[in-house]
Design a protein around this ligand. Sequence first.
Ligand code: C5P
Length: 252
Amino acid sequence: MTTVAILTAAGSGTRLGRDLPKAFVEVAGVPMVVHAARRLAASAVVDAVVVTAPHRLVTQMADVVSGDPQVTVPVRVVAGGSTRQESVAAGLAAADAADVVLVHDAARPFASADLVRRVVAAVRDGHGAVVPGLPVVDTVKAVSAASHDFRTPPRPAATPSGAPITVEPVTSTPDRALLRAVQTPQGFDRALLERAHAAAAGRAADAHATDDAGLVEALGEQVVVVPGEESALKITTERDLYLAALYARTDA
Ligand code: C5P
């Protein structure tokens, strides 16, 4: 069986407020995308990596990832699309030799080799779509889109800015014990993921799923969760970068 990992790294990462795309932002002196690629290679279950890069940075991405001595698997770099879903589709088209496909975000640079192995093992065990997930510690409310804003009376001591406060009606409280916060890498039988992306390409842009497993669910096919890990956190803000630096120090 051949396993190819699509490493999505074509996002701009504007919420980090840097002047370079997030995947190139360094943690402990190493770009996030390289941290992620190293761990995919170290898993010893990934045969090749396809990286999706911002259009104008394809060559630079290839130099940075292939040039790292710890990335010991073949690396191919393709231009990503304007959404993550389009980037994954571009990566999938380039992953021609694969039976098993992993989709992993460069924004999760410390997902461990163990986690990669766990996901691949579950796919090889016959599960067509596998996601790592963690129990949810907060109580989660579903809200309706019918929100409204109000302003507090001008009492400077209470709300100095007088900023509007948004009020959202709660529609339900799902049982927390049955919720999982999902991560990447997500693993798939290649034919199933291709079918999911083909179906999604025909849907309206605002119906885009926020992960690949969501596209498989939309087909009515079964997705399963395996245990995730805290170190696979997604780096979105400056605060996450501090946490990631801790993982860089403690990571094997
Ligand atoms: O922006 P966000 O953090 O949700 O992106 C998740 C991952 O998807 C990141 O690794 C990012 O580089 C990637 N991405 C992509 N192509 C896009 C948008 C995001 O490869 N058009």
